[in-house]
Design a protein around this ligand. Structure first.
Ligand SMILES: Nc1ccnc(=O)[nH]1
Length: 401
């Protein structure tokens, strides 16, 4: 077979060495490291560790200030409160740089670090209508050869409490959003059933997946998770639903957690956590051992919610591991799996990985193996999308949108 490109001297986690042959943007063959490589353009990877591109599973492209003026964080009056944070965000957005500029800044950052698959929530509600979605859809189009982006129509101001939102969510899918979101059905909209009627109604009507923000803690959060899981099973949507944050899974008893984990696994509902600051968060190993897909994302990067986040899913793996008390190689590989393979499963990506037939989306790392990469977060990466160099040393290269 004639190849377009052959990437020489790639080292895989576990020690296997290959030349990666690429044809039409896909991995066409993994050639033995001593195979002669002629007849195609060759790129020598110099025995760098090669890993599949990172999956940024939860980000907000519309509300970050990254690359804009620094905006000091404003604390809530009495600890974390979603209503207050949403109000601060509206104040901040009124004076922020244009959304497309901020979204590009954030995409350059993420791609520079090696993310080539992304799920972004974009506000769609009575406060902003479809304006933010229209902007982010344009930016997605500009970046389509650099990163694959799923967009969630996200009712940040509530569904029942923000007039017009059910209709807007419906229209958002017609415009090009890929999933429908939700927000704390109990504490925000104060009606779990009616909130989920809208979310799953849009999902059923359009055949799209669901990804719901759930900050509610404790047994209230666990109850909502059970309701979401029941809806998922009733509609046969196993594998098509995710709950983001699910903080409550981190502060219920172990018995309650095991019971909810079983329900999540049976219902095929994935959990997204970014291992947030000093908050309870979902216990990764317990969920995984029950069969739940756990994935991750940076979530907020320099926005009204918090000042942290650097668009680097490898550093996110460090954070996940650090906060989870992961130390063994096996555990460090779990943290890495959360930002790669599990992310791909949650996002239902086709052609993800380093096998023959997969998209040639990969990152080179200066590390001995994955466990070392997770703790060292090496810089000096090269990022290839469909076999094309898109970033080196943290910066995008070549044709910029
Ligand atoms: N963590 C969050 C970021 C943005 N919006 C939310 O509701 N939550």
């Amino acid at each position: 077979m004639a190849f377009d490109k052959i990437f020489l001297n790639a080292r895989f986690d576990g020690g296997a060495r290959h030349h990666i042959a690429v044809k039409d943007g896909l991995i066409a063959a993994l050639l033995p490291a001593d195979a002669p490589a002629g007849g195609a353009e060759t790129i020598d990877l110099g025995n760098a560790l090669v890993v599949a591109g990172f999956v940024e599973g939860h980000i907000h492209l519309d509300t970050s200030f990254y690359g804009d003026a620094w905006r000091p964080h404003k604390p809530c009056a009495n600890g974390f409160n979603v209503h207050e944070r949403v109000a601060f965000q509206a104040e901040n957005m009124a004076e922020a740089a244009p959304m497309d500029v901020r979204a590009r800044n954030q995409l350059d950052l993420c791609i520079g670090n090696g993310s080539m698959q992304m799920r972004s929530h974009v506000m769609v509600d009575g406060s902003v209508g479809l304006k933010s979605l229209e902007t982010i859809l344009r930016v997605r189009e500009e970046y389509k050869s650099f990163i694959d982006i799923q967009l969630v129509a996200f009712p940040q101001s509530g569904i029942l409490t923000s007039p017009g939102t059910p209709q807007l969510l419906d229209e958002a899918i017609g415009l090009g959003a890929n999933l429908v979101g939700g927000l704390d059905p109990a504490s925000f909209d104060r009606d779990v059933e009616k909130h989920l009627d809208v979310v799953f109604g849009v999902a059923e009507k359009h055949g799209v997946d669901v990804d719901i923000h759930l900050h509610d803690m404790g047994t209230l959060g666990a109850f909502e998770i059970e309701q979401i899981a029941a809806r998922t099973r009733a509609l046969g949507m196993q594998g098509h639903v995710a709950i983001s944050h699910a903080y409550g899974l981190g502060d219920i008893t172990l018995d309650q957690l095991k019971s909810v984990a079983d329900i999540l696994a049976r219902s095929g509902v994935a959990i997204m956590t970014n291992a947030p600051g000093a908050r309870a968060f979902p216990p990764i190993l317990i969920l995984r051992s029950a069969g739940v897909t756990v994935f991750s994302g940076n979530d907020n990067i320099r926005d009204s919610w918090w000042p942290y986040g650097d668009g680097d899913m490898l550093r996110r793996a460090t954070t996940l591991g650090y906060r989870s008390g992961f130390n063994t190689d096996e555990e460090l590989r779990v943290a890495f799996d959360v930002v790669t393979v599990s992310g791909a499963r949650a996002l239902r990506l086709e052609g993800y990985g380093l096998h023959v037939g997969a998209q040639a989306d990969f990152v080179t790392l200066n590390a001995e193996h994955v466990p070392e990469a997770v703790v060292a977060v090496p810089q000096g990466r090269a990022v290839y999308k469909a076999g094309m160099l898109v970033a080196r040393d943290g910066r995008m290269v070549g044709k910029r949108p």
